[in-house]
Ligand binder design. Sequence first.
Ligand SMILES: [Zn+2]
Length: 652
Amino acid sequence: MTRQFYITTPIYYINAQPHIGHAYTTMVADAMARSQRLLGADVFFLTGTDEHGQKVERAAQKAGVDTRTFANDVAGSFRQMCRDLSITNDDFIRTTEPRHHRAAQALWRRVAANGDIYKGDYEGWYCTVDEIFVPETQLVDGRCPTCGGKVERLKEQSYYFRLSKYQQPLLDFYRAHPAFVQPDFRFNEVRSFVEAGLQDLSISRTSFRWGIPVPDDPAHVMYVWFDALTNYLTALGFGADGSEAQARVERYWPVVIHLIGKEILRQHALYWPAFLMAAGINPPERIIAHGWWLMGGAKMSKSAGNVARYQDYVRVFGVDALRYFVMREMPLGLDANFSDEGVLTRFNADLANDLGNLVSRTTTMIHRYCDGVVPAPGERDELDASLERQIGGTIGAVVRQFEQFQITVALQETWELIRFVNQYIVKREPWALAKRPEQRAMLDATLYHAADALRVTAALIDPVMPEAAERIRRMLGTAQERWTDLTAGGLQPGTRLGPTEPLFPRIEKTLEELRTMTPDETPAPAEQKAATPAEQKPAAPAEEPRVTIDEFMKVDLRVAKVLEAEAIPKSKKLLKLKVDTGRDQRTIVAGIAEAYQPEQLVGRSIVIVANLQPAKLMGVESNGMVLAGSPDGGQPVLVGFDQDLPPGARVR
Ligand SMILES: [Zn+2]
């Protein structure tokens, strides 16, 4: 029977652009999702954005745009982050979507029907300049922490959740689920907090409008956490009509793992299970709280000015190297230091040296000594057998560590194997064996076992470094394997290798040079392969047939402006667009729904094939085609312009 695995990141609050902290959580969740797919689980992986509340309203005002435009823009940056970091999320939820309003209101009604919501007065310190309530604990010398102005005592009506009623039920639940929060020391903090007693929780506001209206009392909007936490159910279809949505909720709930930062543990381990109990829904299976990234020993924060941008590291080191660094460096639950020195050192030592050398020497020697074909292993001696045992042991250990979210340890285990294989090669000295024809069998055995170990290494690094794993497979001429089928000795003799290319070319530049590099000089290791000698040779004997300029000009490419955009019911991929082509208005169906929200598209200039024969897609007639870049395994990115062009302009 297939096992379900549902993993979530927090939904990210859109009062700021994504940084390395968001990137980290998302990459770890992605590695977990990928590892579970390799183990054959039925995976659902959710991320998204938390878009309501006064802070967003105010950030938009400050930026001089209306709140929805502001939200679309920042949510777009988080979607872009997912594309930039090779994230394989199955859904991206935004709390401003209608499906989420429905779900949050449905949850509210269930809790209210259970008698756990009542109306009372909320009293607190209010800053009239910023128009916000400031929690007592955040006052600075009795003044507003934002503007430094006076605060006054203010009262407004609010709905309250009877959190106090759930003190004992929560403690009972914790006792029955000893692995509910990981790591353990964090679970102890939560338990102590609950044991000290719980107060009812204010869950609505009347002082701002940017939120989900309380059912039957639209003067109130839901206060952030009740709204935000519900997203984990929304994405499954909670609150929607129909048996399909119902079945989906039952399929993935409550076997869910919420991966979060430690700063929002209380809300997830305490409020959320209490809300769910009040609604008659089982609490989630597990909450995993990771630590913080420190810069020079201090927590990264906007105000401290020490926030690392993930884009800078992707540009210089590549996505996979960034993914490797953060997962190798931060043990689950603990804080870790983020430093440029650390990234560069790991890149050159672990990736260029250990892994890169294993890849290049193994594949190069098979090309040189075996005409690029994996030899048969022949008879094994004790050294070969010890390598096979090492491979088998590493597979088992890596799977176990991933199942416990110990990715750091899994990577350590994998690197022990890599170093073991490198030593094996040094001991055997295949370059010396190759000079003595009577040692042919030993040479073949050595290269077979090294290549077999490399094949397993590619499989084991796949969740953390998917691009590197794929490139190693291309060099070895092998295909992706499930972890459930992975064993030593699985490499087929006779397999023909692809061209060898440098995997992680050593970076010789100093940190100072790297920091001052312009984007043009950036090495971006993952993209360097086009320049390697192995690939400069003509790739295929038969060239693709060329087209004449006349043939090309038959395709009528035009600038068009999107007037309307909407989802097509029951389709995950398709959006229905109404566009202005400068000559007419027409409907085009585009397969971009996984990468774009309809509201992001309205007003945008796109490129269309204007003279394509009409076709019916999901019952909608499409008159043309939208052009987008489609990276292998990634989401489409619309073709655009760096200046505005009128609809109807020809593209050629
Ligand atoms: Zn203020």
